[in-house]
Design a protein around this ligand. Structure first.
Ligand SMILES: [Zn+2]
Length: 70
């Protein structure tokens, strides 16, 4: 596997994910990812992408509770 950005070599590691939805800012540490040794860009596998999307949608849904009560 090569980095899609710079064709550098990627290896297993963890990345930091930022989720900004509906005024909620969340950071998830230690997300399993492939990290490029050259540019540091993280690449996520399908299962991780799915989990990030699930969390993101949950944050989006729950943040509406604040908007409703405002
Ligand atoms: Zn790269």
């Amino acid at each position: 596997m090569k980095c899609v950005h710079c064709q550098g070599t990627i290896k297993r590691g963890t990345a930091l994910i930022h989720i900004d939805r509906g005024g909620c800012h969340m950071t998830i540490d230690n997300v399993p990812a492939w990290i490029c040794g050259q540019c540091g860009e993280p690449l996520f596998e399908e299962s991780e992408v799915q989990t990030i999307q699930d969390i993101s949608e949950a944050v989006d849904e729950k943040s509406r509770l604040f908007q409703r009560s405002a």
